[in-house]
Design a protein around this ligand. Structure first.
Ligand code: SF4
Length: 161
């Protein structure tokens, strides 16, 4: 069987607009990608989610809880390459706005943080794990994303022939 690029797409705290861009890209690229990419995890397409022996993990969103932090670290341990996708993952903002709250606002949200087991601070992906590449933009820049997919297809020896 022809080699495929093993890919996972994971969304953390965010509006998931880069996921929407990705699904729109599938309209144009699915027929090509289905022969080249093995989608191991992408909740908008399928229920099964396999975090094991991935070639590339795409991470959308900022990290807002210890549970998310653990999941991100598991993904990192099981992925050869990890890509932060979209501004929230790359620089934390706008998902990390509450990091800038003053004391009064922090007191107002304190109970919510406890109830939903949120961390004291929202963190960008690179604060917690090594990031190999980034796709900037809010939502992600389509061209940079497509260039990266093509780069990894080549790097992992996945042939279009
Ligand atoms: S980067 Fe922008 S579009 Fe993407 S999740 Fe964050 S707020 Fe939404």
């Amino acid at each position: 069987m022809a080699k495929k690029l093993k890919v996972g797409w994971f969304s953390f705290s965010c509006s998931e607009d880069s996921t929407i861009i990705f699904t729109e890209l599938l309209n144009d690229h699915y027929l090509e990608w289905k022969n080249l990419i093995d989608f191991r995890s992408i909740l908008v397409m399928q229920k099964k989610s396999e975090i094991h022996n991935l070639d590339v993990a795409f991470i959308e969103g900022a990290i807002t809880s210890s549970e998310q932090e653990e999941k991100l670290k598991t993904i990192r341990q099981n992925s050869k390459k990890l890509v932060a996708v979209g501004s929230c993952a790359v620089i934390g903002m706008p998902s990390s706005q509450r990091n800038l709250f003053d004391e009064k606002l922090n007191q107002e949200i304190a109970e919510i943080l406890i109830r939903f087991q949120y961390s004291a601070k929202v963190r960008k992906v690179s604060e917690l794990v090594k990031v190999d590449d980034t796709v900037p933009g809010c939502p992600m820049n389509e061209k940079v994303f497509l260039d990266l997919v093509n780069k990894y297809l080549q790097e992992f020896g996945v042939s279009r022939a």
